[in-house]
Design a protein around this ligand. Structure first.
Ligand code: HEC
Length: 153
């Protein structure tokens, strides 16, 4: 049994195997949000990674932060960085945030309750209200396209 799994692991590669499982979870979640979006608005044309990227980098001035950040333009990228395959950094606490891309961080988008809670919290902080299902679908679809951490100089 052990031998077989080692051989299998050698053929498939452990990293590829687990990455694929997690990417599948994120893909499923994106589909779920897309289905809700379609129910809300039958004219919804389908997910768009491009729209997701725009949303991710769009700066909005409704951030409910502290004195340092209040009223300053903030985007999802402010904490999660321009490349979601990279580690982020919280703009208030300075704490490191694990990468948001499910391709480079297998723990992302595996627990729907956690994902929903994070969306509600961050969308309220940044956008001033919860994000729409189509925005969440686009968002995850975009994150799935970010596969490569920025090379360290
Ligand atoms: C002020 C900093 C900050 C901003 C701005 C921010 N986030 Fe986050 N985000 C965090 C932190 C901190 C975590 C959780 C840390 C962790 O789980 O490693 C997180 C985690 C998440 C997660 C959890 C994913 C998972 O499965 O674990 C989602 C989804 C998310 N953020 C979406 C967004 C969206 C959408 C925006 C923009 C509208 C945004 N975030 C902007 C700090 C931020």
């Amino acid at each position: 049994m052990k031998k077989i799994s080692i051989v299998l692991a050698a053929i498939l590669g452990f990293a590829t195997l687990s990455a694929q499982a997690d990417v599948a979870n994120a893909e499923k979640l994106a589909q779920k949000y897309a289905t809700i979006a379609k129910n809300v608005d039958p004219a919804f044309a389908g997910v768009s990674a491009e729209a997701g990227k725009e949303f991710y980098t769009r700066e909005i001035k409704q951030f409910k932060g502290d004195a340092k950040t209040e009223g300053k333009p903030v985007a999802c990228a402010s904490c999660h960085t321009a490349n979601p395959a990279d580690k982020g950094r919280h703009i208030i606490t300075g704490k490191s945030i694990k990468p948001l891309s499910p391709v480079t961080n297998k723990k992302r988008f595996s627990d729907i309750d956690k994902v929903e809670a994070a969306f509600v919290k961050h969308c309220n902080e940044v956008v001033g209200s919860d994000c729409a299902a189509f925005e969440k679908a686009n968002y995850i679809t975009y994150l799935l396209t970010e596969k490569t951490p920025t090379a360290k100089k």
